[in-house]
Design a protein around this ligand. Structure first.
Ligand SMILES: Cc1ncc(COP(=O)(O)O)c(C=O)c1O
Length: 392
């Protein structure tokens, strides 16, 4: 793919500029955005159903999001975790209450991978275990520990000479083998309840419940990676709420800041005592700007009834968008996979020509919808009409 901003390209089409060319580029330049639409310099108005990898949960230009950021910037732009801040306390209290599952101790960091890195480290330290169990298809980030539990990373990009722990992968839904796989050395099981990069794969409830049961029985820590599926994305505060399964740790990011980089680990009262002074750390994590945004995002989700909106729009997409090349849907809320009869990347390119941006996934036949929570019926209609125009 090329990028119209970069006039010069290498022979393979990768832009020649000062940015490391590690990302394939959408054939799209964005100059500004409002609501659920991206505006291009050529005057195109593109419906954004991808949200910058699931980040833009409130769309673009939400007035209360911007106001919270601006006010905090004027009041106090930064102090580290070594200094007590009311806004940090408020954000943690709000997040724990929003989740409502008793994961009442919060540690703010900066990215999804960093939250997972800390969760895995804590689990190893707590249990003395040397092995982590992960689920096939999962994506947990690109750092040493998070990458080690990411399915397919070894073949594609894992660069470290050794893993920080032993890793075993289980098949999603493979309940029968849990008792043998989760054993003496298992520090933790890490799982995305709704797998994102895999293609919006909602794991069976019985599988997650069985993981909960076996981890408790064995003394292993159950980590839900809700970096992509958390903070309202499924139409529930967290996928854990939707499934009725409470892990020991939830990690979350993306929608949590809705555009401002922030992530968090939320842990149970059983885990919390292991978070002692100096056991974890960060410079930027829990900064006042990030915390002001977290407080505002959660407040907006609640006061604008966005969980209900996510569930309604999700139901509409499932009802009206199995048309043209789409043969089925999967996932939850606005983390939806549209299964396509032909390569999803072709359907994605054709939709973009019709001014709709969607995502692909690790499954070549699944198009990923990660729409803002403020999506309206008219936008769903725009998608279904566009799909109906495409070859089946
Ligand atoms: C489920 C999940 N976990 C972790 C990550 C990594 O997050 P980050 O890119 O913020 O490090 C991602 C990113 O896509 C993700 O989808």
């Amino acid at each position: 793919m090329n990028n119209s901003m970069n006039k010069e390209t290498n022979p393979d089409g990768v832009p020649r500029d000062h940015l490391a060319p590690v990302f394939a580029q959408f054939p799209l330049e964005v100059s500004n955005a409002r609501g659920v639409y991206l505006n291009t310099p050529e005057g195109r108005k593109v419906l954004d159903l991808y949200g910058g990898h699931a980040v833009a949960a409130l769309g673009y230009g939400h007035p209360r999001w911007g106001k919270a950021l601006l006010q905090q910037a004027q009041q106090l732009v930064f102090q580290s975790n070594a200094v007590a801040l009311d806004v940090r306390q408020r954000a943690a209290t709000k997040l724990a209450a929003f989740c409502g599952l008793g994961l009442d101790t919060v540690f703010f960091v900066n990215s999804g991978a960093e939250a997972n890195e800390n969760a895995l480290k804590l689990a190893c330290k707590m249990t003395g275990g040397t092995e982590i169990i992960a689920v096939e298809g999962s994506f947990h980030g690109r750092t040493a520990a998070a990458g080690a539990v990411t399915w397919g990373a070894d073949a594609k990009w894992y660069g470290f000479p050794e893993k920080p722990f032993d890793v075993k992968f289980i098949k999603p839904g493979d309940i029968d083998n849990l008792a043998t796989l989760i054993g003496d050395n298992t520090a933790a099981v890490i799982v995305e309840p709704v797998q994102g990069v895999a293609g919006a794969v909602d794991l069976p409830q019985e599988f997650l419940a069985a993981l909960r049961f076996r981890c408790s029985e064995n003394g292993s820590i159950l980590i839900f990676d809700e970096v992509q599926c958390g903070v309202g994305r499924t139409g529930y505060p967290f996928a854990a709420n939707m499934y009725g399964v409470t892990p020991d740790i939830i990690t979350t990011a993306k929608a949590l800041g809705a555009g401002f980089p922030v992530s968090a680990m939320m842990v149970s009262d059983m885990v919390a005592p292991y978070m002692k002074i100096d056991s974890l750390g960060t410079t930027f994590g829990g900064g006042p700007m990030a915390c002001a945004v977290v407080e505002a995002v959660l407040d907006i989700i609640e006061s604008e009834n966005l969980l209900e909106n996510v569930r309604q729009r999700s139901a509409e997409i499932r009802e009206t968008c199995v048309v043209g090349p789409v043969v089925a849907t999967q996932g939850a809320g606005l983390l939806l996979g549209l299964r396509t009869s032909r390569p999803a990347k072709d359907v994605q390119a054709e939709l973009l020509q019709l001014d709709i941006l969607t995502g692909t996934s690790a499954d070549p036949n699944v198009l990923r919808i990660l729409a803002p929570f403020i999506l309206q019926s008219e936008h769903v209609e725009q998608l279904s009409k566009a799909l109906a125009r495409l070859r089946a």
